[in-house]
Design a protein around this ligand. Structure first.
Ligand code: PGA
Length: 255
């Protein structure tokens, strides 16, 4: 039985006071939640403050990216150890905005995944097809290539412990969500790809999140699909009441 996981991807939003105010409002709303894991991924500048604010809660904190090297002359970059030291336990890797806007490819994501695992961070590795790829019938091939490439070199035990997020690019920030059936089809395919990579047991244990215009109104139907183990939420995670409603919806779906 996989524990549902709800992750908030704040992207480039919130100053330190805004981030702390979010936690102050959000934490009491989920204080009684023990049957789902909750992760907040704030920008680097607020990560320490968010981790401090979450210290006596079950809410975990994630980076949105990292550099694979432990340290060095990489101006503007943040290492896995720096993230862990600031209080992060998870890290989002290979988000489509990183892939599309910052030129990240599967090989780089694999390198970052290895570095994250070696630093004790749980990677949330994102994959997903563009609209052109979907309309050309290439979704299964694109997802297979991204899974194989982004998770190259991961052992079965590591695979079982990490998180994969399926985020169709055409659904991110567009208000256009995959239907529950589309999400389930993609997730089942991803799980088969994971089984090819690390065996059926690891694939069965690995949590698969759906991401792309998840809101309180659609979260329960999506999270209710057999191979959907939670959500990676962008826009609707910026408001504490909205994200708390999504947590509640996913728990209803799991229960
Ligand atoms: P969205 O973003 O919920 O705003 O569509 C999801 C994501 O990019 O992780």
């Amino acid at each position: 039985m996989r524990t549902p996981l709800l992750a908030a991807n704040w992207k480039m939003h919130k100053t330190v006071p805004e981030a702390v105010a979010f936690v102050t409002a959000f934490a009491p709303r989920v204080a009684a939640v023990t049957d789902a894991d909750i992760v907040l991924a704030p920008p680097f500048t607020t990560l320490g403050a968010v981790a401090d604010a979450c210290r006596d809660t079950r809410i975990a904190v994630a980076g949105q990216n990292l550099h694979w090297a432990p340290e060095g002359a990489f101006t503007g970059e943040i290492s896995p150890g720096m993230l862990a030291g600031a209080g992060a336990s998870h890290v989002i890797l290979g988000h489509s905005e990183r892939r599309q806007l910052f030129g990240e490819d599967d090989a780089l994501v694999a390198r970052k995944t290895r570095a994250a695992i070696d630093a004790g961070l749980t990677p949330i590795v994102c994959v997903g097809e563009t609209l052109d790829q979907r309309e050309a019938g290439k979704t299964p091939a694109v997802l297979a290539r991204q899974i194989d490439g982004s998770l190259a070199g991961v052992t079965p035990a590591e695979l079982a412990a990490l998180v994969v997020a399926y985020e169709p690019v055409w659904a991110i920030g567009t208000g256009r969500t995959a239907t529950p059936d589309q999400a389930q089809d993609a997730h089942a395919h991803i799980r088969r790809c994971l089984a090819g990579l690390g065996g059926a047991d690891a694939a069965d244990a690995c949590r698969l999140l759906y991401g792309g215009s998840v809101k309180p109104a659609n979260a329960e139907a999506i999270a209710g699909q057999a191979d959907v183990d939670g959500a990676l939420v962008g826009g609707a995670s910026l408001d504490p009441a909205s994200f708390a409603e999504i947590v509640a919806a996913a728990r209803r779906a799991a229960g």
